[in-house]
Structures are given as structure tokens and as C-alpha cells.
Design a protein around this ligand. Structure first.
Ligand code: NAI
Length: 385
């Protein structure tokens, strides 16, 4: 067991603190904002009370978990940590500042990680005197419930530190995948077309919001449709991730954000949390029903799915992670009904390539270009698994 320091007591930091404490570690949760710490403590008490009520934990266990977390407003309180996970505001300069201050306090052996969704781990590490102990440890929201954690070594990270960090997170009962330090890592890269292609179809008038959501759930087997999901995540979060990934990929048109989502953001229609997004969540709102034509539904699912699969194939082509880890990431990080590459095998790679080529021929846009690996595998009649 090691003492775990968490920086930032927001949604992610609080969740990670709960996971680390549940696994038996002493946790120090640090935030500059005392109200954030108080809120985090109250929320945890509520969560644990519910778990107790449902007999998922005993009173002894919930009390022990609570007693293992201490709350701090001074960075110095993290000095004895063996592992520190930073989960503060998504801003590179602020994160770099925290890491620079942190490394003057901690012991030689302390591993320092960031939970960033979209920033370069290599840049954060570069701000440190000992960048070889810095890496990305990326949890998913809510951290106590989502099994996946992406482990992202920076260019400078020493292998032994990445391995040590991975072993610790594995021992907390999480499913870890190792990924290259590239924009969006695995999940936030592979999932872009789930939102992007859905919005594109809406803009083109292929189908309505409700119809696309219905098709992706009913025919595609996804737990939530793209519009429901972005409303749930919040357009402030989802749009910013899309825009960050787009910029970080040197403006690759494949990742281009949409005006529809940008306008929602500008209008303050952030989704569920603001009462209005793609859907209206006000009390007496009547949202339109879907067109449940299965032929149309099938077309919608096929178009989004081939785009998702193409993204996964391209990530494999560029060695972002192994085929197994790419699939694990999507099933364990965002609850996809199947891994995208296994799904590709099931559908048949030739069919997928044909569909992409048809889209590419129709639109002449780079976003539909098939991955070179997909072409090669079709040529050689190969499969992923
Ligand atoms: P949040 O806004 O809920 O919490 C951030 C907390 O950090 C706040 O309590 C704030 O007071 C504190 N903070 C800000 N600057 C600080 C500083 N200099 N020192 C100490 N504390 C400071 O943010 P959230 O959603 O928890 O995200 C945190 C990080 O996790 C971000 O990097 C985000 O990209 C990443 N992330 C977020 C996910 C999500 O779904 N919300 C999922 C995975 C990663």
C-alpha cells in the first residue's frame, strides 16, 4: 500500500480518491478551494450511505474508507505520497505549474501522474526536472464505476515507472490499457465519429435527433444515442474535447467540430445540466418521436459504425495501442456493445472498406478516407483476431 496524493477535489479527483481509498490506500485529497473539499467530503458520505443501504458495503468498511481520506489545502501535505494523481482544471500552463511546485516537495521515488483528457503528457513532463517519473493515468467518469484506466507514458517516462503505475492501478481492480501519448489517447480519439458523424447526418437532414438516437440504441446496441450522450456529458465538455483533439491533430479534417454543437454551447444549451441541449429537459417539454423505419435505422448505424471502425483501424495502423487494448478500451471505457475491431471482423472488412469508399466517392472529403491498414488487410484477406 502506498500513500496516494490527489490534486483537485472535483468530479474526477473525488472519484479517484474513493477508488484509491477503497483499495486500502491512505489518500490525501488536496484542493486550493476549501468549498470543493467540503463538497467532495459530503458527496462521498452520501455515496457511501447509499452503498451501505444497498448492502454493497458494511458500516465498518464505509467508516474505514472515510477514515483513510484526509483533506488538505496545502500542497506540502502531499510530501509523503508514493503516487500522485493530478485532476485539476484542463489547462496546460496551470498543470505545469502544479507539477513544478510538486516535484520540489516529494520523495525521489514518487510517481507523478496527470488525469488530463486531452493535453500532452510529454509537455507536462517537460516542465519537470525528473520527467522520467511523470505519466498520464486517465480515469473515466464516474471513476468508481468505470473500469477502464488508460496508462500513458510520456516520451520521457521511464519504463519501470510506467509499469509500477500500471501495477498499482491494476491492484485497485481497474482494467488498464497502455496507449501512446497522442491526442485523445484511445477512447477520446476512437469515439469522435460517434458524435461527429451523428451530428453530420443531422446537419445533412438524413434523419432527426430522435431517429439517430433510436437507431444507435435499438439497432446498434449502444446504451445511449449520440445526442442523448452528448447532452448527458455536457456540450461544454464534449465540444471542447472535440475541438482540442482537432487542433492537436494539426487540424486533420477527420476531427473537425460542428457548428451545430458550437451554437448549442454559445446558446448555453449545455445539455441535461442546463435543462436544454439537443433535447429539451424542461418539465412539460414534448420531444419529437423517432422514425422507427428499420431500413433508415440500419443505414444510420452502418455509417457511424464504419467511421468508428476506420478510426480504430487507423489507431492500430499507427501503433497507438494493440488490437486487444483498443477493443478493451471501448468496451470498458465507454460501454460499447463490442470492441470495434472484433466488430469489424464480424461484419467483414471488405464490406466496411466498400462503405467507406462509397462515402469518400460521394463526398470527396478526407474524413471518409479509409485507413491504409484496412485496405492492406482486405487485400490480404486478414482479420484482426
Ligand atoms: P472539476 O472542475 O470537477 O474539478 C477540478 C478541481 O480542481 C476543482 O475542485 C478546483 O477547485 C481544483 N483546482 C483547480 N486548480 C487547482 C490548483 N491549481 N490546485 C489545486 N486544485 C485546483 O474537473 P474534473 O471534471 O474533475 O476534471 C479534472 C481533470 O480530469 C481535467 O484534467 C479533465 O480533463 C480530466 N478528466 C475529466 C473527465 C470528466 O468526465 N469530467 C474524465 C476524465 C478526465
Amino acid at each position: 500500500m502506498t500513500t496516494v496524493g490527489i490534486i483537485g477535489a472535483g468530479a474526477m479527483g473525488s472519484g479517484i480518491a474513493q477508488v484509491a481509498a477503497k483499495a486500502g490506500n491512505e489518500v490525501v485529497l488536496f484542493d486550493t478551494n476549501i468549498e470543493a473539499l467540503e463538497l467532495s467530503k459530503t458527496k462521498l458520505a452520501k455515496i457511501l450511505a447509499r452503498l451501505l443501504e444497498k448492502n454493497r458495503m458494511t458500516a465498518l468498511e464505509t467508516e474505514a474508507l472515510k477514515s483513510r481520506i484526509s483533506y488538505a489545502t496545502r500542497l506540502e501535505s502531499l510530501a509523503d505520497s508514493g503516487l500522485i494523481i493530478e485532476a485539476i482544471v484542463e489547462n496546460l500552463e496551470i498543470k505545469k505549474g502544479v507539477f513544478t511546485a510538486l516535484e520540489t516537495l516529494v520523495s525521489e521515488g514518487c510517481i507523478m501522474a496527470s488525469n488530463t483528457s486531452s493535453l500532452s503528457i510529454t509537455s507536462i513532463a517537460a516542465a519537470c526536472k525528473k520527467p522520467e517519473r511523470v505519466l498520464g493515468i486517465h480515469f473515466f467518469n464516474p471513476a468508481p464505476l468505470m473500469p477502464l484506466v488508460e496508462i500513458i507514458p510520456a516520451l520521457q517516462t521511464h519504463d519501470s515507472n510506467a509499469l509500477k503505475a500500471r501495477n498499482i492501478i491494476d491492484s485497485w481492480g481497474k482494467v488498464t490499457v497502455v496507449t501512446k501519448d497522442t491526442p485523445g489517447f484511445i477512447v477520446n480519439r476512437l469515439a469522435r465519429p460517434f458524435y461527429g458523424e451523428a451530428i453530420r447526418m443531422l446537419e445533412e437532414g438524413v434523419a432527426s435527433i430522435a431517429t439517430i438516437d433510436w437507431a444507435m440504441k435499438e439497432i446498434g446496441g449502444f446504451r445511449m444515442g449520440p445526442f442523448e450522450l452528448t447532452d448527458y456529458i455536457g456540450h461544454d465538455v464534449n465540444y471542447v474535447v472535440t475541438e482540442t483533439v482537432f487542433k492537436a491533430f494539426f487540424y486533420d479534417p477527420r476531427y473537425k467540430p460542428s457548428f451545430s454543437q458550437k451554437r448549442l454551447l454559445e446558446a448555453g444549451r449545455l445539455g441535461r445540466k442546463s435543462g436544454h441541449g439537443f433535447y429539451d429537459y424542461s418539465e412539460n417539454a414534448v420531444n419529437p418521436s423517432p422514425n422507427t423505419n428499420r431500413e433508415l435505422g440500419g443505414k444510420i448505424v452502418k455509417r457511424i459504425l464504419v467511421m468508428l471502425i476506420n478510426e480504430a483501424v487507423d489507431a492500430l495502423f499507427l501503433n497507438i495501442a494493440s488490437a486487444k487494448e483498443l477493443d478493451l478500451a471501448m468496451t470498458k471505457g465507454v460501454n460499447y456493445p463490442k470492441g470495434l475491431l472484433a466488430w469489424a471482423d464480424e461484419i467483414g472488412l471488405e464490406l466496411i472498406l466498400n462503405q467507406l469508399e462509397e462515402l469518400y466517392a460521394n463526398y470527396g472529403e478526407d474524413r471518409y478516407r479509409p485507413s491504409p491498414l484496412l485496405r492492406k488487410m482486405v487485400r490480404k484477406q486478414q482479420s484482426f483476431f
